[in-house]
Ligand binder design. Structure first.
Ligand SMILES: [Zn+2]
Length: 499
């Protein structure tokens, strides 16, 4: 078995806002954008952050609506100037909006897709201090795992390694990798977007290395000082990064001495996330969902640079969640977990997280809804959303989410309901034997959960009729294809429940 699991977000669990900020204070730049909701602002969240970061200049955006609109976000983003890092505190819409602001360059839509115009962003709107800070932070996000049971470093892994927004430097690509492999040491990547992790291999395929994109396309540069070995592994210096960043789009190929073009990838401001709902898990993914309700389009903004640097979970921020929001966001988590299992991108690590999320939700959601003061149950549901996030951050979502967007767009059904009411039906439509047997012990309990919670699983209760279901399935987005599901059977099942 061979698979790759990747999530670079540093998690601080069961901490306080102040403690988490103290943790990153020394590395934060002076100009910070705080993205939050009006409700949190009224509860004094900005004052708490200002007290914790007395030297920071904090610009606040609190004008965030549920299902954030593209035009609104574009207008807000156009007014930003000079912010060097983002603190986002709120639910999924706040976190998704913060990612929109974090992305460097302008973002526009055409042909049903979002486009990031990052040309020239290397120097625009990004001060030297911001660069330094971003780089400092990037050095702290090395959580990647590439597991290859065949113990063979092949060109696909190497191609992955060369993909990113950042630069890797060392004596040479070859030497860096060889010494890592020979010594079994870790390589600490400079950028959170880099897919380099611990390589455990007893066999180095030098031909693959030489043939790989690493040599042809890499952004690897020549700076023997930039990589220094410590007892625990290989670490990169900020000096090296900074020099690499400011190179004029070119890097030297160490082995050939030839100058090579460096692809300019979009970059993003460092983002520090404080989720206040346990559902979207946006703090653990590289995606943001942006809406254009006038054009009836839902966009997915997606880039590895959009993984937050940190996700900090302060339980007191979850304490005031109304019953309905709690229900909807947790059902969203349940959907993320199920979709991560019936997914062609699933791997054993993502499935492990997904199952833990399902177990926690089945056990603690009814309990918390029975007593909203139950701190143990609330904490378990926060953990469930973390597990679900770590699961679907690697797989994406699938059919339950694909059908949900038009339902939310056209009927205003909250996302957590729109993406979850079909779960009991979809549990019956799994075509992959492994996924089916993985979910089998939970199938009946998932159906019963909806009964216990009084959440309808009938399509007609979400404004759907047979014709609309037909239309939704005709226009399914690419995510639907991730599902290891019998789509025709799911469609007929939904139609039957629409009568
Ligand atoms: Zn969702």
């Amino acid at each position: 078995m061979s698979f790759t699991y990747h999530n670079p977000v540093k998690i601080h669990y069961n901490t306080s806002l102040e403690n988490a900020l103290a943790h990153i204070k020394g590395e934060l730049p002076s100009r910070i954008l705080l993205v939050t909701s009006r409700g949190w602002l009224m509860r004094g969240i900005a004052k708490r952050i200002e007290s914790a970061l007395p030297h920071a200049r904090i610009h606040i955006i609190s004008d965030i609506t549920p299902n954030p609109e593209l035009s609104h976000l574009q207008a807000l983003k156009a007014k930003l100037s000079g912010e060097q890092a983002i603190i986002a505190l709120g639910g999924g819409s706040v976190l998704d909006s913060a990612k929109f602001f974090a992305m460097q360059g302008s973002i526009s839509a055409s042909g049903g897709e979002l486009h990031i115009n990052h040309q020239g962003t290397k120097e625009q709107g990004r001060t030297q201090e911001a660069k330094n800070t971003a780089q400092n932070m990037e050095g702290h996000t090395p959580i990647n795992a590439t597991i290859n049971a065949n113990a063979r470093l092949d060109s696909s892994v190497l191609a992955d390694m060369s993909f990113s927004t950042g630069l890797v430097r060392g004596k040479s690509p070859l030497n860096l990798q060889r010494s890592a492999l020979e010594s079994k040491r870790n390589i600490t990547p400079l950028s959170k977007a880099q897919n380099i992790g611990t390589l455990e291999s007893s066999e180095l395929n030098l031909q693959a290395l030489q043939d790989s994109k690493l040599k042809q396309d890499s952004k690897l540069g020549q700076d023997s000082k930039a990589c220094k070995a410590h007892d625990s592994g290989l670490h990169t210096s900020n000096k090296g990064t900074q020099e690499g960043y400011t190179q004029e789009g070119r890097a030297q190929d160490m082995q050939s001495g030839r100058a090579q073009e460096v692809r300019q990838e979009p970059t993003a401001l460092p983002l520090f996330a404080f989720p206040t709902t346990a559902g979207t898990s946006s703090e653990l993914t590289q995606w943001a969902t942006i809406w254009d309700s006038a054009a009836r389009v839902k966009y997915s903004l997606s880039h590895p640079a959009l993984y937050p640097q940190m996700a900090a979970y302060d339980m007191s921020l979850f304490a005031s969640l109304p019953r309905e929001v709690l229900l909807h966001t947790t059902l969203d988590s349940l959907s993320h977990a199920c979709e991560a299992i019936w997914n062609k991108n699933a791997n054993p690590i993502s499935t492990h997280h997904a199952l833990r999320a399902i177990e926690l939700i089945l056990a603690y959601l009814p309990r918390l809804l029975g007593d909203l003061r139950d701190c143990v149950a609330r904490e378990c549901l926060v953990r469930a959303s973390i597990h679900a996030g770590l699961a679907f951050s690697n797989t994406q979502t699938a059919l339950a989410h694909a059908i949900s967007y038009p339902i939310t767009m056209e009927s205003g059904v909250p996302h957590g309901l729109a993406c979850s009411f079909s779960l009991p039906l979809l549990c019956e439509c799994i075509i992959d034997e492994a996924a089916k047997s993985t979910l089998e012990p939970y199938r009946a309990e998932i159906t019963r959960l909806f009964e216990r919670l009084g959440v309808s699983v009938r399509a007609r209760d979400y404004g759907l009729d047979s014709a609309r279901i037909e239309m939704i399935f005709e226009r399914l987005n690419a995510r639907a294809k991730n599902g290891l599901l019998d789509i025709e059977r799911a469609k007929e099942g939904l139609k039957a429940s629409a009568k």
